[in-house]
Design a protein. Structure first.
Lengths: 328, 328
């Protein structure tokens, strides 16, 4: 057993994951390596965007967790593809949000301008699809194409609702489901299907991923309100600044007491982050948001109940629990 | 026979192409039609970007021109895919160029902002790949993924060379080959391969497309210098304004006479479109550019010499010749 963040995890699994993730990184880097040094250099900057590699890890664990699951090269390729799609969305998101910081470093758009960031994002999307097409399983391209359509729909609906202080909970959930949860769900689904799982099992894993994904986005919303830039590693208060209503704000605006609704609206209109945080904290909206995330994590873990007990199943549960503890 | 622009063309072929292109448009529109009215409305605006549908037409003609070539649904799908990729590049190009006009209408970025244009472009790329994955020929996705990688490389190299008044002819040609010629060449190649052509024949058609594509870009460069906005239908002088050196400028800067080089440089530095046009006209650089385009068109047509004589071969030659006459 190995200790990670004070939790015991299976040493053999940790080692296997570590090796597989190294493999994923090589596939990722090799795909982007070309004959033009300035492009290679620009792509090299993407490494700085690399975080905990949640999505590749989910592809791999989902490949292992199913009955008789073994990892093959196709899992590593699929994992590199989902990571590349994720990186592309980060690069373009930073353009949309005019963000200057990401993972403690400066964003591509702030360093090289919006034009370069738009084209680099396109290059990543294109390479993701190209890499995906090298797989001998053509259904992966079809499923991932559908997921990236959904992802873009989420981003578009979010854009249509910028500065919409009447955004309701249902639309917020649609945005999060499409923008964040779909790719995380697909990572789990693809990993299991590549290990030959049944459609039923793939469905359980997909739901595990989607619910975890929504929980992840909610904690992200909370951190954008309550986090400190040095800890979070990226600009905070961006949602408020860009007129994106997040769950704590929506709950504040729909609060039982009129005085809370009014105070929330005033702070949002004034783009007053400190004031808004105080109002939402006082009203319980932030705690309520965390409660919703917590419930989603429980539901996510319940989706795994039918799978054989294994270190990979434990680790999936640990990752889901970790969403609630994240500080960045 | 039917007369198009004073040239006799086979009536049956014109009718067949017309029907197939209608099919391509339905596939294109159906792919983008979803459950969110604002997204549908935004995608509807893309229709205004639709021009002569050169790339889909090339897919179809290349499918017909080869020995025993017949058009199937796969040709229409592939044609819709290349058109969707092309539209995505137009939408993102307009963001990069801060262009306000396209085909006599206002651009997406000028109407809905850069953010919406970035996301709409992403949505189009994603849908193009998704649509492509529905084909029963998985090699199409692999080939097109490689082409879009190349296309993005061309855009990136062009961005790296903004305001580079030392841009040489070789780098200019690399940019044009990658950014413009690759997708036009691929359209021809895919069309013929989907009709079961040999790799040799597919290569001839690809070269036909690539050479025509370079010629097309050169005439575009010339029109951006010499055209009038009302006729061209989009903003002119954008290349100069955005610091993109085009062929006539490169020829002016490399002119045998120092006085021409100096005058060209001064006008470029001053962003003086009228003055630059006069210098390049006087020096013969514009005529020389048109001469290079003309030579490329001849070479392109020569690539088709080994194909059976047919109305579709004639029409391919006619399209190539048409590049030299374009006014928009």
């Amino acid at each position: 057993m190995t200790l990670i963040d004070g939790i015991e995890v299976d040493t053999a699994l940790v080692e296997q994951l570590g090796l597989s993730l190294e493999d994923v990184v090589s596939i990722f880097d090799r795909q982007l390596q070309g004959e033009h040094p300035p492009i290679n250099e620009l792509c090299g900057r993407i490494e700085e965007y690399r975080g905990k590699m949640l999505r590749p890890t989910l592809v791999l664990l989902s490949g292992l967790v199913v009955e008789g699951g073994r990892l093959g090269n196709e899992h590593s390729v699929a994992a590199a593809v989902v990571e590349m799609i994720h990186m592309a969305t980060l690069v373009h998101d930073d353009v949309l949000d005019e963000a200057e910081m990401r993972r403690r470093g400066r964003t591509i758009n702030s360093l090289h301008g919006n034009e370069m960031a738009v084209m680099l994002g396109d290059y990543l999307i294109s390479n993701a699809f190209h890499l995906c097409s090298t797989l001998e399983q053509p259904w992966v391209s079809l499923e991932l194409g559908s997921v990236t359509n959904t992802l873009c729909e989420g981003e578009l609906i979010q854009l249509f609702n910028r500065n919409n202080t009447c955004l309701d909970l249902a639309t917020y959930m649609t945005i999060v489901e499409k923008k964040t949860a779909s790719l995380i769900g697909a990572s789990c689904r693809l990993g299991s299907k590549l290990s030959g799982s049944s459609e039923d099992v793939a469905g359980c894993l997909e739901r595990f991923g989607r619910k975890s994904g929504v929980a992840f986005q909610i904690t992200d919303d909370v951190l954008d309100l309550t986090g400190e830039q040095e800890v979070v590693g990226k600009s905070v208060g961006r949602d408020l600044e860009k007129g994106k209503l997040t769950l704590p704000m929506i709950l504040g605006l729909g609060h039982a007491e009129d005085v809370v609704q009014e105070a929330t609206r005033v702070k949002i209109d004034a783009r007053d982050l400190v004031g808004l945080r105080a109002v939402l904290d006082e009203s319980g909206s932030i705690e309520q948001s965390i409660g919703i995330a917590s419930k989603l994590v429980s539901e996510a873990k319940a989706e795994l109940a039918g799978l054989p007990e294994s270190p990979s199943r434990e680790m999936l549960c640990m990752l889901a629990d970790g969403i609630l503890d994240r500080k960045f």
